[in-house]
Design a protein around this ligand. Structure first.
Ligand SMILES: [Zn+2]
Length: 285
């Protein structure tokens, strides 16, 4: 048992190193700077924290966006051969509650979310609500360690359409089904456009997956996987990465919510799970 604990400690340390975190003693000398991989910003009554799940920089190769016949067009729009991306989770704090949007890849797959929370002095048990955009593994991977629920207290909110596709009609042994089972009793399936706790509005954005959902919370829009290569796709909203399950629907959703953002006269802060840098769309660029 002792040896197992020691081994777990070694695994944790190597994981810590892979996520690029500095030692706490070093960090404390720079008290004003947020820890590595973490960005904090205030939006009216909300505190938004970006928790970067991947280590270092991530780029999406152009060829992921070729589709059936877009290769020359994509290369022209993205001459560097790849486009800046990332994997993020977002923590929103308001009214004394903590809401986590998505969980990244999971520590067992190199995900840094738990390390980022730890660097803020938070543990998974501090999360009150876990809200999911969709069931791809880079979003729900962090829900389990082995078959055990990581977030021991959180009430979990999932789009009914997404649950239906991956769990009700899906493989019962697949990760999504196992993850949902681990949270039985505190799993809430909601319909499109339902309002969740703290006034979180669910907005259906199908196409990337059947139940892919984005969320509005005050002036914040959590954009999920509407875009994987922000800089490239903003130049042509018709471009889809390979991961979009239904291209026509994905394009329609992308156009709908870009228009939604524009209609807000730029008052919305848009946070995307695969937006580059700190995950916030810098609309002035
Ligand atoms: Zn994703």
């Amino acid at each position: 048992m002792k040896q197992m604990k020691w081994l777990a400690g070694v695994a944790f340390l190597s994981f810590l190193a892979s996520c690029g975190n500095v030692k706490k003693e070093t960090a404390s000398t720079e008290a004003s700077a947020p820890p590595q991989g973490v960005t904090v910003q205030g939006i009216d009554q909300l505190k938004l924290t970006t928790l970067k799940d991947n280590e270092g920089d991530k780029r999406m190769p152009n060829k992921l966006f070729y589709g059936l016949r877009d290769s020359a067009h994509v290369e022209l729009l993205s001459p560097e051969g790849s486009v800046a991306s990332s994997i993020h989770c977002f923590l929103v704090e308001t009214e004394g509650k903590k809401v986590l949007f998505d969980t990244g890849n999971g520590a067992e797959n190199g995900g840094c979310l738990l390390m980022r929370l730890d660097s803020l002095g938070l543990s998974p048990a501090d999360i009150d609500y876990l809200v999911l955009t969709h069931f791809h593994n880079d979003h729900i991977g962090g829900m389990l360690q082995g078959d055990t629920a990581v977030f021991t207290r959180a009430e979990v909110y999932v789009p009914e359409t997404e649950y239906d596709h991956w769990v009700t009609k899906g493989d019962t042994t697949a990760f999504a089904a196992r993850a949902m089972r681990a949270y039985a009793g505190r799993l809430h399936r909601f319909a499109a456009n339902d309002t969740l706790p703290l006034g979180i509005l669910s907005l259906p954005a199908p196409g990337h997956t059947p139940g892919h959902t984005v969320y509005r919370m005050g002036r914040l829009l959590i954009a999920g996987d509407l875009m994987h290569g922000l800089e490239l796709q903003l130049q042509d909203l018709n471009l889809c990465p390979l991961f979009d399950m239904d291209r026509a629907e994905a394009v329609a959703s992308r156009k709908k919510y870009i228009e939604y953002v524009r209609q807000s006269n730029d008052s919305l802060i848009v946070a995307g799970m695969h937006f580059p840098d700190n995950g916030i769309w810098n609309k002035s660029e």
